[in-house]
Design a protein. Structure first.
Length: 253
């Protein structure tokens, strides 16, 4: 059976990792995907990415790194993403992954001129996109967790811009029918979102944020989570199409 690959582009801060686990843990939990059927590749540590035809799909995580730094491992991952997109591999990029795919396709990624976006935000859907609706029939407004200082400032040619916030014009991008990216974090739990806000408490106060208000506004984000789980269903469909015996085994179980 071809695995779902988690392309890990970093590691959470040590105190958050100790309590809540690593990026891959967050995604596999949100996806309801068994770890035994997943491949985790830590590209920031120099681990190699497999050929796209050997996996069922790929999720590209967030990171504490910045795409504009153009680290060697990041640029190598961007090159792999171009190949994977050409191969029509199902892709789902989040935050750094969202920005990296845009960068790979000649979009512009850099620090947002209005500074960081953080906390549970109101996402506005701009279009009822057929391919996105296959993953989850999203309402026109829904909540999602955010934390980022860099953004996709100019979307690549051919990308469909599907959602925004008051702060960021590019919160969901789609490429064809099987590649999607979000600036927001569908994998975050409320506990993780609060922990990340508290870790940045001093910086946030210095930037003029009301910390109590940010924490008060943190709430569950079921629609964002459904989008990620819809991608998991897309990858399971891919597995079933490639390996009908795996599909029969799941049905028998």
């Amino acid at each position: 059976m071809r695995p779902l690959m988690i392309v890990s582009t970093g590691t959470p801060p040590p105190e958050i990792r100790a309590r809540h686990g690593d990026y891959a843990d967050w995604f596999l939990h949100a996806l309801r995907w068994p770890r035994a059927q997943a491949l985790v590749v830590h590209v920031d540590r120099g681990e190699s990415l497999p050929a796209p035809e050997t996996i069922a799909g790929a999720v590209i995580t967030g990171s504490m790194a910045m795409v504009s730094e153009r680290a060697r491992w990041s640029e190598c991952t961007a090159a792999w993403l171009r190949v994977a997109l050409d191969a029509n591999l199902p892709l789902f990029g989040v935050c750094y992954g969202h920005q990296l795919l845009a960068h790979a396709l000649d979009g512009r990624v850099d620090y947002h001129p209005q500074g960081r976006e953080i906390g549970t935000q109101r996402i506005e859907l701009l279009a009822q996109d057929q391919a996105l609706s296959v993953l989850a029939p999203l309402p026109m407004h829904f909540a999602a967790h955010t934390t980022h200082r860099q953004s996709v400032l100019e979307a690549p040619r051919g990308a469909r811009v599907l959602a925004r916030t008051a702060h960021d014009a590019h919160h969901i991008l789609a490429y064809g029918a099987r590649a999607f990216t979000t600036q927001f974090h569908p994998e975050f739990s409320t506990a993780v979102m609060r922990a990340l806000i508290m870790r940045r408490a001093a910086d946030l106060r210095a930037e003029g944020y009301d910390l109590d208000a940010l924490l008060h506004e943190v709430r569950p984000t079921p629609w964002a989570r459904r989008l990620l789980r819809g991608f998991g269903r897309l990858c399971r469909t891919e597995i079933a199409a490639i390996d009908p015996h795996a599909a029969m085994a799941r049905q028998a179980a």
